[in-house]
Ligand binder design. Structure first.
Ligand code: G1P
Length: 323
């Protein structure tokens, strides 16, 4: 069901050799991206630009920064663009080099230099758990990280490094948890937790995928970062399709949590959900404002734009009724 694609020739990684046992990351990128149609009809949703970089590049940069220098993308149909993005682009590089445009040349070369990037195709879109299972052969018998492309974690945060530390100290698997409004819990995997005595680290005693608010064990939502023990593969092999008829990673982790081997790192930093249209737009605006090259001019324009916006619809109606 999963087909290996020969990786492009390994690029030297800028990441210094690390003593961490976790070196591999898996990035599932096989979703259909239906929420962004028609933009995602022929373009993978992971390639949608966030300012001027595709969303998936931020995710790969985050993994590389945490010392994960071997990255496996689990892609689906129409995902050639992802493979091309993390490869060399000889013609483009030659043209930019001939012009002496070193800034753009670096921007074109950077994605292929970030890590040793491999690709595998999921074949059938059978769910996140199945996508992770497709990585089994590549990952082998080592713990590994999983980063979901819809969740961008601000580059100033250290969530993944904290999770790797927790794995080092507690072994087993580690999920990232964020407290959300109870009305939002049905959008996430949700964790039942108990204290460990360590600030920001909890023991996960149960997990349920996208529960109704009244059945949620807590308001701790699983966000798209995991450090997984390779034992998860055996569990995934026998995990039956769950919510939405898909093989859910949450269901496999529930079995491991019941055995007491899952911890959670509680995150309260900056996360951008680019899988949601509203959040996607907010992310682009926010990151553009923060960019030293674009920010000052863009922010000045944004202030004027907001000041010139018409009154909110409700307020306008009140006024016209009063008039
Ligand atoms: C997936 C997981 C879910 C998790 C979420 C985080 O859901 O299945 O447990 O909370 O990612 O973004 P998706 O958003 O792909 O439906």
């Amino acid at each position: 069901m999963c087909r290996m694609i020969a990786p492009h020739s390994p690029s030297p990684s800028p990441v210094p050799a690390s003593a961490r046992p976790v070196r591999k990351a898996v990035v599932p990128a096989a979703g259909l991206g239906t929420r962004f149609l028609p933009a995602t009809k022929a373009t993978p949703k992971e390639m949608l630009p966030v300012v001027d970089k595709p969303a998936i590049q931020y995710v790969v940069e985050e993994a590389a920064k945490a010392g994960l220098d071997d990255i496996l993308m689990v892609t689906g149909r129409h995902k050639r663009a992802i493979e091309d993005h993390f490869d060399h682009a000889f013609e483009l590089e030659q043209a930019l080099a001939a012009k002496g445009d070193t800034v753009r040349l670096d921007a074109v070369r950077d994605p292929a230099r970030l890590a040793d990037i491999h690709h595998i195709r999921q074949g059938d879109p059978l769910g996140l758990g199945h996508a992770v299972l497709c990585a089994r052969h590549h990952v082998g018998d080592q713990p590994f990280a999983v980063l979901l492309g819809d969740d961008l974690i601000d580059a100033r945060e250290t969530l993944l490094s904290r999770m790797l530390d927790v794995r080092d100290r507690y072994q087993g698997s580690v999920v990232a948890l964020m407290e959300v409004d109870p009305s939002q819990v049905h959008l996430y995997g949700c964790a039942a937790v108990e204290a460990t005595g360590e600030d920001g680290v909890v023991r996960v005693t149960g997990l349920v995928e996208k529960p109704a608010q009244e059945h949620a064990p807590s308001n701790y939502a699983v966000i798209g970062r995991y450090v997984l023990d390779p034992r998860v593969f055996d569990v995934l092999e026998r995990t039956a399709p769950g919510r939405g008829g898909e093989i859910q990673l949450t269901d496999a982790l529930q079995e491991l949590a019941a055995g007491g081997t899952v911890h959670g790192v509680v995150f309260d930093g900056l996360r951008y959900d680019t899988g949601d249209k509203g959040d996607y737009l907010r992310t682009v605006v926010r990151l553009a404002c923060e960019r030293p090259d674009l920010g000052p001019e863009f922010t000045a324009w944004l202030r004027e734009f907001v000041a010139a916006l018409p009154e909110e619809e409700g307020a306008g109606r009140e006024e016209s009724r009063a008039a």
